[in-house]
Write a protein that binds this ligand. Structure first.
Ligand code: FES
Length: 354
């Protein structure tokens, strides 16, 4: 069950003009709770003028070794989003010695280290979870190789340059880096420009034996992830080998719920072992219904992006506004995003514990 704990910030490292990495210390009694898989994220919460804001940030540090007590520290990457209340606070106010409220790790954009060849296509801050994935994989699995294809505007705006260069030094035989800058010509390497579907369709077969790869990790803005997925599908890569995480979808862009819920609809919920049934107000999401009655319900973005509000639909039907978080096999298995769901039947039953 997702829970918030207060963790001390032990370091704030500036990565670029508009991004930092925060290091958080995990006290011994909480380490098991913050055990994470490579690629997972943390939701942070902060209250501004009486309003609680939450935002998820991917963990960039490697996952703790299996059998260990859990991580002693967690490092996350934060990039300033224009007008973003949380990232402004994180970049301009947080200093070492402060405390922040941090949810236990969540997210399914993860890799279970195993032998084989893997690749990632990332844009901007999309490098953050992939840094944890590639570092954990190469350190733990000597029979694994990884190709990182990253796209940024300029080298000055590229997050984690040093950490990625370090991977090249540590694993010269097993780590391949391809950088494309959209607004700067590089002295060596690929010409500048965008990494879109057309360019990837040409580039990928020249770089890699595409059909031999065991997994693809796509992370970044919506357009890049969508273009990369189309390129891979066009090259014959099965959907099941493609893992996606989208950053920066404007939460305000969610379409309003158009069709009203059936009259007198209600939601029955199981959450942290306890149940309840409550009426759903017209137009509100099932998450909002639950939160009015159970403020401990898990959520972070409320925008269909982070997947923190995932619940299993036990009975009834729902209509989801949008979904950038659940993989097709999760929706096929019956999972929904509570923050995007509205009742399509009079009775709906959700289980947050499954
Ligand atoms: S809270 Fe992020 S997807 Fe629902």
């Amino acid at each position: 069950m997702a829970r918030f704990h207060t963790l001390p910030v032990t370091a704030v490292d500036r990565l670029t003009d508009d991004s930092v990495a925060l290091t958080l210390a995990v006290p011994p009694e909480l380490r098991a709770k913050y055990r994470h898989a490579p690629g997972q994220h943390l939701a942070l919460r902060h209250t501004v003028d009486g309003t609680e804001i939450r935002r998820t940030y991917s963990i960039c540090s490697p996952a703790p070794a299996p059998g260990s007590e859990g991580p002693r520290t967690l490092r996350i990457g934060v990039r300033l989003v224009e007008g973003g209340a949380f990232s402004t606070y994180a970049l301009k106010e947080i200093t070492a010695g402060d405390e922040v409220e941090v949810m236990t790790p969540a997210g399914r954009f993860t890799l279970d280290p195993a032998p084989g060849r893997y690749a990632a296509i990332v844009g901007g801050s999309g490098i953050t979870p992939v840094l944890s994935i590639v570092t954990t994989l190469l350190a733990r699995e000597p029979q694994a190789r990884f190709c990182l294809i990253r796209s940024d505007r300029t080298s000055a705006s590229t997050m984690f340059l040093e950490e990625v260069a370090d991977l090249k030094d540590r694993f010269p035989e097993r780590f391949q880096l391809v950088t494309v800058l959209s607004r700067e010509e590089q002295q060596a390497g690929l010409p500048s420009g965008r990494l879109d579907q057309e360019r990837l369709t040409e580039l990928l077969p020249a770089l890699l034996p595409v059909e031999q790869l065991a997994g693809w990790f796509l992370c970044g803005p919506f357009g890049l992830v969508q273009g990369a997925e189309r390129a891979l599908r066009g090259l014959g890569v099965p959907r099941a080998l493609i893992h996606e995480e989208i950053f920066h979808v404007d939460a305000g862009a969610a379409p309003a719920s158009v069709s009203p819920a059936p009259a007198h609809s209600s939601v029955t919920v199981r959450l942290d072992g306890r149940g309840g049934t409550w009426p759903v107000r017209d137009g509100e999401s099932l998450l909002d219904t639950v939160l009015r009655n159970r403020p401990d319900a898990p959520y972070a973005c409320k925008g269909g992006v982070c997947g923190t509000c995932r619940a299993f639909l036990v009975a009834g039907k729902v209509r989801m506004d949008r979904n950038f978080a659940l993989e097709p096999e999760e929706t096929d298995a019956g999972y929904v995003l509570a923050c995007q769901s509205h009742p399509a039947t009079e009775k709906v039953e959700l289980d947050f514990d499954r």
